[in-house]
Design a protein around this ligand. Structure first.
Ligand code: PEP
Ligand code: MN
Length: 333
């Protein structure tokens, strides 16, 4: 249940209310909210005079639900760049899987800038499947991304892999990416609840939609309202593609949650040949953003080489996306 209080009580009273109701206090949009487990369906009578409104839910998808907030929330990335809200905007984010060197990230940044893309992606702490693969440049990569931000005026999305470097990611990123493998990392989720920076939360490839949204609830109930969901493919019986992009899931999230949704066709299919078709399908279904891996020379990429688009292919895709967006009355930003 979410209970909106008429006004913020004294600290001691608030603590007593939280203890009695087993609730988390969340300040949101000038509202004072007590969020209890969803199995709570009634408010004790003596508390009622303090209550302005309340919402009852069938499950623990509460702050993220449309029932609580019928409009999709708007998240400010920085300055004039926003995602979500009541717009027909689709934010296209591009860039390599990893920051590999200054030359590589500079080639990526200048290319993205030349196309008019405003957010550059690249990981610097890579959660690899094997300890023998490239693990990312770490802090050095963040410093390079920061340089690209200043030089090209791009915003940066980069991934936090574990709690050891979360403070650095919060400091350097414009959008913090929580990867599919970290969706259940409660240290990361809880720390991200304590910043106001936008967080892109990727769906674990073995997670249900309920589990995915509940992971987002950790960040929201921690006090950070700026959560973007990212569907990036789930594991199914199919082995010909790396994962299966769950467009049904995306439709569900669109309908039931108030969070902006980004789709990542690159990690879903795992092969560059399919990324343009999938990206167009994603745009056509009406989502808030696309995350696409693009590398100056995918053949030599140090991670996810098979799925990254080369610059020519991405430039053609970007043109096609703009044409499609035009026909659908969507604005690519
Ligand atoms: C990535 O974006 O490079 C990445 C590791 O993605 P995911 O967490 O979806 O596997
Ligand atoms: Mn990748």
């Amino acid at each position: 249940m979410i209970i909106a209080l008429k006004k913020l009580p004294e600290q001691q009273t608030l603590q007593i209310l939280c203890d009695r109701l087993k609730a988390i206090y969340v300040a949101y949009d000038n509202k004072h909210l007590l969020v209890t487990p969803s199995k709570t369906k009634e408010i004790p009578e003596d508390i009622m005079p303090l209550v302005d409104r309340h919402w009852i839910f069938p499950d623990d998808m509460q702050l993220a639900s449309r029932q609580f907030m019928p409009e999709k929330r708007t998240i400010n990335i920085s300055g004039e760049i926003t995602i979500g809200g009541n717009t027909n905007h689709c934010l296209v984010i591009g860039g390599p899987c990893s920051v590999e060197s200054e030359e590589q990230i500079e080639a990526s940044a200048s290319f993205m800038k030349s196309l008019g893309i405003s957010v550059l992606r690249a990981g610097s702490y890579k959660p690899r499947t094997s300890p023998y693969s490239f693990q990312g440049l770490g802090k050095q990569g963040l410093i390079l991304l920061d340089k690209m931000r200043s030089k090209y005026g791009l915003k940066i999305i980069t991934e936090v892999r574990d709690a050891t470097h979360i403070e650095d990611i919060i400091e350097y990123a414009d959008i913090i990416q929580i990867g599919a493998k970290s969706m259940y990392d409660h240290g990361i989720l809880k720390r991200c609840g304590k910043t106001n920076k936008p967080v892109l939360l990727k769906r674990g490839f073995g997670s249900t939609l309920q589990e995915f949204v509940q992971a987002a609830e950790f960040i929201l109930s921690g006090g950070n309202p700026n959560v973007i969901l990212c569907e990036r493919g789930i594991r199914t019986f199919e082995t010909k593609t790396r994962f299966t992009l769950d467009l049904c899931g995306a439709a569900y999230l669109k309908h039931h949650t108030n969070l902006p949704i980004i789709l990542d066709p690159s990690h879903a299919i795992g092969h560059a040949y399919g990324v343009p078709d999938l990206a167009k399908a994603c745009l056509a279904m009406g989502i808030d953003g696309l995350l696409i891996e693009v590398h100056p020379n995918p053949k030599v990429a140090l991670s996810d080489a098979s799925q990254q688009l080369d610059h020519d292919t991405f430039a053609r895709l970007y043109e096609d996306l703009k044409k499609l967006a035009n026909a659908l009355n969507i604005k690519i930003i």
